[in-house]
Design a protein around this ligand. Structure first.
Ligand SMILES: Cc1cc2nc3c(=O)[nH]c(=O)nc-3n(C[C@H](O)[C@H](O)[C@H](O)COP(=O)(O)O)c2cc1C
Length: 456
């Protein structure tokens, strides 16, 4: 395997703007065991590559979706070639001073030929406007999907949009003996995501892919504290909705002779980096979970019910759906607890039917908790429907349908509402509703709305 020669932290040259020569970067010396004794020093990670990022140990909530018990890091890197320097990603605005101090220990601003942004999220572009002012000659290299985002990003500071080059898979940046190559990996987790591959050293600058929210000044996976839970947790909250895109990215990443993965958050992965690539393959592969049958489309009815009306409807809808499809349906009642199991079921399902009574003019909280969690998974191609019992106003079914459509699910059968406890005639209607859904699954009326009353 193509291995990165070991290296040690750059000697602190804070204040001296002269870039060290390659030999001065300690290319052939032992690997760093700690970040720098010098708190604002750059850290050598591979031949001609330094970490110049920032530590944020105090962060407790990231992107409004993820608890970060041990904070995070914003990883930024400098790559030095014979004919120039590239800066790969920057840091969150509040940490710009740390970034510039570290950057200045390994490069002069006038040497910076390119700034590569693997995606334009503010935690990696906060220091960009100031970096552009200090290195105005630098060309900005961004993914082909990024220009619109760049305009939006720079409008606040009023900075001019600099010379940009948009990259696609295979495009290269020649720094002289160091060649950066783009892998277009969109939607991981922003539409403009790309990875940058440094062929000579076998370093993958992976953006947020393979990231963890884990802050440890020792920086490297083999010397920092335990972070594997944070690695999986990061996938579950940030990458899980994009499993299809992760799998597409892995097609580009898996063949590479990777010696080191340099993500934008958390530990730099240098000890058996392929293990992390394999872990992503596992996490991005969805397998039907029991009691779903792996050989059949997954049909799931999830409901909440206080007095049994919605529960009776659910059972009759299940009977109709099974009758029409010939497939066993999983019936799942939601309580007041964590909807995680229900989310897992829905991820494996092809049809999801959601039932709720109307409570105070709304759907039940358990249903909203579930619906709010669905943005964590890929819903592409699934069919959905809503039903529920009510007393007088019956808003829940309409509200659920609106949310399902808002999630871009196809809702081919109009929702079914029944007052209080359904009688026999209403249960017949529920079974017809189930058969109409089975019909939609079998392709009848694909793309159009089916009136289940026609099927009674
Ligand atoms: C606390 C509470 C609030 C309710 N609010 C409404 C309401 O705003 N509109 C309505 O149509 N029904 C309302 N209902 C009536 C329920 O929707 C009705 O009893 C329904 O049949 C309950 O379904 P379930 O048997 O599946 O629990 C309310 C019931 C409860 C217990």
């Amino acid at each position: 395997m193509h291995r990165v020669p070991t290296s040690r932290p750059a000697a602190s040259v804070a204040g001296a703007h002269a870039a060290p020569s390659r030999s001065a970067l300690g290319v052939d010396e032992p690997p760093p065991r700690r970040v720098a004794e010098e708190p604002c020093g750059a850290v050598a990670v591979a031949p001609g590559v330094h970490w110049v990022g920032a530590l944020d140990p105090g962060l407790r909530c990231f992107d409004l979706i993820l608890n970060t018990g041990s904070g995070t890091t914003y990883n930024s890197f400098v790559v030095r070639g014979e004919s120039g320097v590239a800066v790969i990603d920057t840091v969150k605005a509040e940490f710009a001073d740390d970034f510039f101090r570290r950057l200045e220990t390994v490069a002069r601003y006038e040497e910076i030929r390119v700034i590569v942004l693997n995606h334009l999220e503010p935690d990696h572009t906060g220091a960009l406007p100031e970096l552009m002012r200090r290195a105005p000659q630098a060309e900005l290299c961004i993914s082909k999907r990024a220009p619109a985002l760049l305009n939006a990003l720079l409008k606040v500071s009023g900075d001019r949009v600099p010379a940009i080059r948009t990259l696609d898979t295979g495009d290269t940046i020649d720094l002289g003996g160091q060649t950066l190559q783009c892998l277009h990996t969109p939607f991981l987790h922003w539409p403009d995501t790309q990875c940058t591959w440094l062929a000579e050293a076998g370093v993958l600058f992976s953006g947020d892919i393979f990231g963890s929210h884990h802050c440890d000044e020792r920086l490297f996976d083999d010397v920092c504290g335990e972070f594997h839970c944070a690695f999986d947790d990061y996938f579950a909250h940030i990458m899980r909705p994009f499993k299809r895109h992760v799998r597409a990215a892995l097609e580009l990443i898996e063949p590479l002779p990777i010696a080191l993965i340099a993500p934008t958050h958390g530990p730099i992965l240098r000890e058996r980096p392929q293990v992390y690539v394999q872990r992503y393959r596992e996490l991005a592969t969805t397998r039907p979970i029991p009691p779903l049958d792996p050989d059949q489309p997954g049909l799931v009815i999830l409901y909440a019910s206080a007095h049994g009306g919605t529960a009776r409807m659910a059972a009759a809808i299940r009977d109709g759906l099974e009758e029409g499809s010939g497939i066993s349906v999983v019936l799942h009642e939601l309580g007041c607890g964590d909807p995680r199991d229900a989310v897992d079921l829905i991820e494996c399902a092809d049809v999801l039917v959601i039932g709720s009574p109307t409570i105070n003019g709304d759907a039940a909280k358990a249903i909203w908790d579930l619906l709010a969690s669905l943005s964590l998974i890929d819903l592409n191609g699934k069919l959905a429907a809503a039903f529920g019992s009510y007393g007088w106003s019956g808003e829940a079914v309409r509200l659920i349908e609106e949310r399902l459509r808002g999630l871009k699910l196809r809702v081919p059968v109009p929702g079914l509402r029944q007052k209080l406890i359904p009688n026999e005639a209403e249960l017949v209607e529920c079974r017809a509703f189930g058969r109409a859904l089975a019909n939609a699954l079998n392709g009848a009326g694909a793309g159009s709305v089916i009136d289940f009353a026609d099927l009674q």
